[in-house]
Design a protein around this ligand. Structure first.
Ligand code: ADP
Length: 663
């Protein structure tokens, strides 16, 4: 029960680790996924921070620039106001204007022109020229200048709107001249908007931002840009007034140069994380394959173990040095030792029987030398309790997975029971042979009596003759000697017959001794001749060629021949007298001696032939049916064969072959 359930449990057991590893792998996958998501989030946050920072810097920069431009313009305005004041106070205003105007224009490139206009709106002086800036006066141009001149009378500097002239955008500043509380004129400065940006915006600002000045409609009036940089959407605008009313100063940040490196690094990080994720996935596949292989291996192992445990054949492995490396449960049961008592043991083994130590050691050595008999060998082994058992051992080389021999694997079968059964069968067979012999003897008793009768009668008559001679005294010693000699011959003949009968009936072990088959045949014929005569059968003997002697049990072979001859004689009893001929032929065929017992009876029908050699088969009313089966086992005991053939001339031929030269 336990053994059969083992493979089933072994199949179920490995499922647990498989489930566990799936779970573990899922967690790992989740962790890597999370890591990837966090990484992306971190990059996004960094990017956002950076944008925020950039934006804050942008705002600060733009505000600073706006302020700085305004300061600058305010500075100009103050300079012009100072000039206006000085002009009203000096006696020689013209040289002063020229001097100061030149100075101011020289130091402020964005100021293109400075004009001195009197209260009536006429130009008093101008630098570099006295012409009013409107080269092509338009309907609005005059309006604007007159309006500005009007406004400036109120006492404060006034800025005009920005306007385009010859592709350049400019605006003006009007500063009033007052003396004695009366408006005496105006100082007019013409600014170039592009000049203002060009000269007043520092280089680093232009490096970072695209700077534009827009009018109220969003049209670009002036700009300062670095042509090879691409702008981003990061923009900030502040109103830039005065000078021009409704103007805005707008800065757009350029894409930072180091952004490319950052993008590259983040892309690489994402690619790396994806690669890690992918490799994890691949590893998962290989781990699962390994687990499946391991599971298959475990079931295979459990199955083999169960098979091994259920084996009735003992298995014992030895390494090349002869040490025991493995013994299966069947072998341990057989010898009664525990596994740890045998593993690692070197010869002599504790289960070797002392009386067979030498032979066992010899066999052991020949196995290690690779000369183990293929058909296995029988050996007597000893259990731990000292009892003995017979074992049949087969040895085979033990080959490892690299194809190298690592030792020897022996399978051991306990053949004690089989040997006992064989012994029993042999004894029974012997008893049967004796019985069969007795039966044969019984059948031949009358013949023997008749046979014995002849010498006895002859002895009686010779004795009577001698007595007569002695009583009459009419005799010569030679005559008496001759009669006594004949008497002795007859007595010997009677004795011979009796000894033969005795030999035949006596129970004895099979004794193999060199014997001449021709003599065996003659003896057998001598035995049965009487019976044959009484049935009117003639026996012919044909002995051919050489007569090599064979190691055989003479009495057993006689028994076989007698049985075959008796069967032949019986088979011909119904035949016409001229056919009642039994031939016994001895010849040598190659390495075998062949005896043929040929009769001319009715032959053997096929259905009888099939069962001919099975014990207890007989077609005769008083037959025992033991004869032929015993005959075959006797011949096989002599390593020969016995079979039947049909006689072409009618009847059957029983053929015995016996090998020559076998000990
Ligand atoms: P049994 O002689 O006691 O019947 P055997 O084993 O000697 O037992 O023979 C078995 C049977 O084989 C015989 O009954 C007979 O039918 C058949 N048999 C044997 N020898 C011959 C033969 N020479 N011719 C015909 N039949 C035979």
């Amino acid at each position: 029960m336990h053994e059969t359930s083992t493979p089933l449990t072994a199949e179920r057991r490995p499922l647990a680790p498989l489930k566990w590893s799936n779970w573990y792998l899922s967690i790992l996958r989740l962790a890597v996924g999370l890591l990837l998501a966090l990484l992306i989030a971190l990059l996004w946050l960094l990017h956002r921070n950076e944008v925020e920072e950039q934006r804050a810097t942008l705002i600060a920069d733009v505000l600073w620039l706006e302020q700085s431009l305004r300061f600058h313009l305010d500075g100009h305005s103050e300079q012009l106001q100072q000039l206006a004041l000085d002009l009203t106070q000096t006696r020689k205003p013209h040289p002063l204007f020229d001097l100061r105007a030149r100075h101011i224009l020289k130091n402020n490139s964005e100021l293109q022109q400075l004009l001195w206009i009197d209260a009536s709106g006429k130009t008093v002086a101008g630098m570099p020229n006295p012409a009013l800036p409107r080269v092509e006066p338009g309907p609005f141009g005059e309006d604007r200048v007159s309006r500005s001149l009007e406004l400036v009378r109120l006492g404060n500097p006034v800025y005009s709107d920005a306007y385009a002239l010859n592709d350049a955008v400019q605006f003006e500043i009007y500063v009033p001249l007052f003396r004695g509380g009366r408006h005496r004129g105006t100082l007019l400065g013409v600014y170039s908007l592009n000049g203002l940006l060009k000269h007043q915006v520092p280089w680093w600002f232009a490096e970072r931002y695209l700077l534009r000045i827009l009018d109220g409609n969003g049209q670009t009036l002036a700009s300062k840009s670095k042509v090879d940089a691409s702008p981003t959407t990061l923009t900030y605008a502040v109103s830039f007034e005065p000078p021009g009313y409704g103007m805005t100063l707008k800065a757009t940040a350029y894409r930072a140069a180091d952004n490319l490196a950052q993008t590259l690094i983040s892309t690489l990080m994402v690619i790396l994380a994806a690669a890690v994720f992918w490799s994890l996935w691949a590893v998962r596949g290989s781990i699962q394959r390994r687990l499946l292989a391991e599971q298959a291996l475990r079931s295979e192992y459990a199955f083999r173990k169960a098979m091994e445990d259920s084996l009735m054949v003992g298995m014992r492995a030895r390494d090349l040095a002869g040490r025991v490396t493995y013994a299966n449960p069947a072998f341990l049961r057989m010898v009664g030792f525990r596994s740890d008592e045998l593993i690692g043991r070197e010869p002599p083994m504790p289960y070797w029987a002392p009386e067979e130590m030498e032979r066992t050691l010899h066999l052991h050595n020949s196995v290690l030398e690779g000369n183990a008999p293929h058909e296995g060998f029988e050996i007597r082994l000893m259990r731990k309790d000292g009892s003995r058992f017979d074992a049949l051992v087969y040895e085979a080389p033990l080959i490892d997975s690299d194809g190298r021999q690592t030792g020897w694997m022996g399978s051991i079968i306990d053949v004690t029971a089989r040997k006992r059964a064989e012994d029993l069968a042999r004894q029974q067979q012997e008893k049967l042979q004796i019985t069969a012999r007795l039966v044969t003897m019984g059948e031949m008793a009358s013949t023997l009596a008749h046979e014995l009768n002849q010498p006895l009668a002859a002895i009686t008559s010779y004795t009577a003759g001698c007595m007569n001679k002695l009583t009459t005294g009419n005799f010569t010693p030679e005559q008496l000697k001759e009669a006594l000699g004949k008497l002795a011959v007859q007595a010997q003949r009677a004795g011979h017959i009796i000894r033969r009968v005795h030999d035949f009936v006596r129970k004895s072990e099979p004794k193999l001794a060199p014997c001449d088959l021709a003599e065996v045949i003659d003896d057998s014929i001598g035995f049965i001749e009487g019976a044959a005569k009484s049935r009117g059968v003639r026996i012919q003997r044909e002995i051919q060629g050489m007569r090599p002697e064979l190691p055989a049990d003479r009495v057993m072979l006689e028994q076989v021949l007698l049985n075959l001859m008796r069967n032949g004689i019986e088979a011909m009893s119904e035949m016409p007298a001229e056919r009642r001929r039994l031939t016994v032929k001895l010849s040598q065929v190659e390495q075998q001696m062949e005896i043929r017992v040929i009769d001319h009876g009715l032959g053997i029908p096929p259905e009888v032939e099939e069962k001919l050699f099975t014990p207890l088969f007989s077609t005769k009313a008083d037959g025992m049916g033991m004869g032929l089966s015993i005959c075959r086992s006797i011949i096989e005991f002599h390593h020969g064969r016995l079979w039947v053939e049909a006689n072409p001339a009618g009847g059957s031929i029983f053929v015995i072959t016996l090998p020559i030269g076998r000990q």
